[in-house]
Structure formats: structure tokens, C-alpha cells
Design a binder for this molecule. Structure first.
Ligand code: HEM
Length: 395
């Protein structure tokens, strides 16, 4: 394959090592690219900003896996008992569930976490002694796990299991399929138990708030509660790890921006927003299924076709001036948190947590530097996550 031609099979390409380069070539070649997944299923990848934005509000694109039947094979890796959550639902089910869950995700709930997040960040930064150190291990990995477990109300003694399960589900291992099935079974069992315990003895946390969330007609069913807890853990954990890691890396690669942040000329929030555009934490797009025969960008997609709406590609489209440059002074309408009815419910929490992490890091270590040449940094070997294996720094 020439470096300028688009890959025919996305998954045989250098998508893991150079997602931006691969998507760049796809965008130039065609607005919608048909490829196959490693299990042989066809998938249509939408790459350009305007098409992506339109697709995210297109009611003819469904999140419900049941609509995948007609074309190709679609094998979900998730057990059905963890499926009843927002990212597998269309209206009216999605509307009902989101309304109920949103009650537990209020600004008050998020703001209530501020002091705890700050305390956890300080604790992690106080524990740093190694020189050089891996910032992923020291801060970016542990902080979101503590925050998400505290938010949900997972007791401290159970968090080690959570970390193990999450790593089995996300990590590349030779026997990953077996490991991740075991992890899902164990986590499912654990969540059923803790929900029953909180029903009996309510505490001040998100799980209890979701158990108690109801309106005059409705409340969350047992399977919806379990699946939502599972979604929040996964949607909330790994993405935030990689937002903290990728934003720190962006600062280390752009010392002039780092100086502007330190001097108070550039807000940390602007760095985070530009990171969500320039190098967001997830590589693949969000998944949809065509409810009918569609034509997008002049390309036909059959009913039942599996579609990836590529946020990472849209975020580097010519819609943005100098899209490949990291320029936090822009106020980009990036799509890093999605768009439309499925817009990330946890965005305020992810922003707060990452802002506290970066602000505290720069305050404590104003001379933070990369400890290795940028070319030596390794990205996670995953089609899903855009995250560093390690970020060696000199504090
Ligand atoms: C949905 C990204 C953090 C909970 C989404 C979507 C994106 C996204 C792109 C839309 C998916 C789609 O349209 O199919 C991110 C990123 C994060 C992050 C980049 C961190 C940097 C969080 C956190 C939580 C969370 C911390 C919870 C604590 C959710 C939920 C949904 C969602 C529940 C489903 C919303 C719905 O379908 O109505 N997220 N997320 N996310 N996110 Fe996040």
C-alpha cells in the first residue's frame, strides 16, 4: 500500500500506530469507506465532519444491536445481561432511561465530587518519588478508577477487583476472550450483590441515586441498573485515563502552550477541549446500524449495515483551520464527546477530573519534561483506545 492510498481493510492497516494518518487518507479518498472487521463483518466508516455530525442525529441510524441482523455477521462480545444500557438503545427506550439516569448525574452530584477528586489527586502526586516516573501509572491510570468507584459507591476494598476486571476487558492479552468473559461474569455477579446491598441500606452515591431515581411512571429495572453501572464504569474510566495522558503529552510536546498554561494565559480547560479534538482517547468511531437503505456522501449503505461514525477523523477534517496543529486558543466544536441525544452524560465529570489532574500536576511540577524522545512512546495496541502504554516524565 502506498502511503497516500487508503487502506482496503482498516484493521490490517496501521490504524493502531497511526490512526490520524489512516483517517486522513480515508477522508481524502471518500466520505464513506467500506471495510471489514477482523471477524469478517462489513462496516461502513463515515469520516468527514459534516457527515459525522449529521449521522449522530440521524434517526435512521440505530444503536440497537437487534437491527444488525440483515447484513453480515455481528457478534457482540458483551453478555446480554449487561446490554440494557443507553449505548444500545434508541428512543423511546433511550429517552426514558436517559431521563431517569440524568437525575443522578446532576451538576450537584458532579460538583460534590470536587474536594474528593482534589484529595485523591494530591495523594497520588504526594506519593511520587521515582525519577523519571511513568505518569500513566502515577496519576492518569489510578485517578479515574478511584473517582469512578467513589462516584458509584464501590467500597475501597473492592476496587482492586474492579481494576483487574477492567484491565481484563480492555487489555490486549493472548487469551483475552476467555479472560474478558470471566471478568464480565464476575463483575455482573458483583454488581448484582452491591445493588441489593444498597437497596437494603442506601448510601450517598450514584448507584443509590440510580436505584432511587424514578418519576411518577417509572424506575430503573434491575437489569437496567446493572447495565448502567457497567456502562458508567467503562465509559467513564478508560476514556478519562487517556484524556489525562493525551492532554499531558500534548503539553509536553508544546512547551509554549505549557508555559502559557503555567502563566495563566491559557486555561487548562482549553487544553482539554483541544486534546479532545486533536488526539481524543478513542480511535474507532461510535457504532450504529442502518435502519433502511441509506446514501451518505454518495455511498450506499444497505439496511442493517454496520456503521462507524468516526469522531477522531471528523475532528481532524478541514472544517478546522490547520486541523493537524494543536492550538488550544481555538474554540472548536469538536465531537470528542459525541453529539445529539447520546452526547456523553459524563462529560462534566470527565472535564472536572481532568482539569483538577492537570492543574495540580503543573502546579506541583512546573518543570515537567518528557524523559524519552517522543518517537519512543508506545501507544496501546488497541483498535479502540488511543492511549499511551507509558508516559515517562522527569518531575
Ligand atoms: C456517551 C466520550 C467520559 C458516561 C459518550 C459518547 C462519547 C463519549 C463519544 C457518545 C457515544 C455515542 O454516540 O454512541 C467520552 C469521553 C470521556 C467520557 C471522551 C472522557 C474523556 C465519561 C464519563 C462517564 C461517561 C466520566 C460517566 C461517569 C457516558 C454515558 C454515555 C456516554 C452514560 C451514554 C449517553 C447516552 O447514550 O445517552 N461518551 N466519555 N462518559 N458517556 Fe462518555
Amino acid at each position: 500500500m502506498s502511503p497516500t492510498s487508503p487502506p482496503t481493510t482498516l484493521f490490517d492497516s496501521d490504524l493502531m500506530s497511526d490512526p490520524h494518518g489512516v483517517y486522513d487518507r480515508l477522508r481524502q479518498a471518500s466520505p464513506v469507506h467500506c471495510t471489514t472487521t477482523p471477524d469478517g463483518a462489513p462496516v461502513w466508516v463515515i469520516t468527514r465532519y459534516q457527515d459525522v455530525r449529521a449521522a449522530l442525529t440521524d434517526p435512521r441510524l440505530s444503536l440497537d444491536k437487534a437491527n444488525a441482523r440483515t447484513v453480515g455477521r455481528y457478534q457482540s462480545s458483551m453478555p446480554p445481561e449487561l446490554d440494557a444500557h443507553l449505548l444500545n438503545m434508541d428512543p423511546p427506550d433511550h429517552t426514558r432511561l436517559r431521563r431517569l439516569v440524568a437525575k443522578a448525574f446532576t451538576a450537584r452530584h458532579v460538583e460534590n465530587r470536587r474536594l474528593r477528586i482534589q484529595a485523591s489527586t494530591d495523594e497520588l502526586l504526594n506519593a511520587t518519588t521515582d525519577q523519571p516516573a511513568d505518569l500513566m501509572q502515577a496519576l492518569a491510570n489510578p485517578l479515574p478508577m478511584v473517582v469512578i468507584c467513589e462516584l458509584l459507591g464501590i467500597p475501597a476494598q473492592d476496587r482492586r477487583d474492579f481494576r483487574t476486571w477492567t484491565n481484563s476487558l480492555l487489555g490486549p492479552a493472548p487469551d483475552a476472550a476467555v479472560e474478558s468473559r470471566t471478568a464480565m461474569r464476575e463483575m455482573h455477579h458483583y454488581l448484582l450483590g452491591i445493588i441489593a446491598a444498597k437497596r437494603a441500606r442506601p448510601t450517598d452515591d450514584l448507584l443509590t441515586a440510580m436505584i432511587e431515581a424514578h418519576d411518577e411512571r417509572d424506575s430503573l429495572s434491575e437489569s437496567e441498573l446493572v447495565a448502567m453501572a457497567f456502562l458508567i464504569l467503562f465509559a467513564g474510566y478508560d476514556n478519562t485515563v487517556n484524556l489525562i495522558g493525551n492532554a499531558t503529552l500534548a503539553l509536553l510536546l508544546h512547551p509554549e502552550v505549557m508555559a502559557a498554561v503555567r502563566d495563566g494565559h491559557t486555561p487548562v480547560r482549553a487544553v482539554l477541549e483541544e486534546t479532545l479534538r486533536w488526539n481524543p482517547p478513542s480511535t474507532l468511531g461510535v457504532r450504529r446500524f442502518a435502519l433502511e437503505n441509506l446514501t451518505i456522501g454518495g455511498v450506499d449503505i444497505p439496511a442493517g449495515g454496520r456503521v462507524w461514525v468516526s469522531l477522531i477523523s471528523a475532528n481532524r477534517d478541514g472544517q478546522f483551520e490547520e486541523p493537524d496543529r494543536f492550538r488550544p486558543e481555538r474554540t472548536p466544536a469538536h465531537l470528542g464527546f459525541g453529539h445529539g441525544i447520546h452526547y456523553c452524560l459524563g462529560a462534566p465529570l470527565a472535564r472536572l477530573e481532568s482539569e483538577i489532574a492537570l492543574t495540580s500536576l503543573l502546579k506541583r511540577f512546573p518543570d515537567l519534561q518528557l524523559a524519552v524522545p517522543p518517537g519512543n512512546l508506545a501507544w496501546a495496541p488497541s483498535f479502540h483506545r488511543r492511549g499511551l502504554m507509558a508516559l515517562p516524565v522527569i518531575w
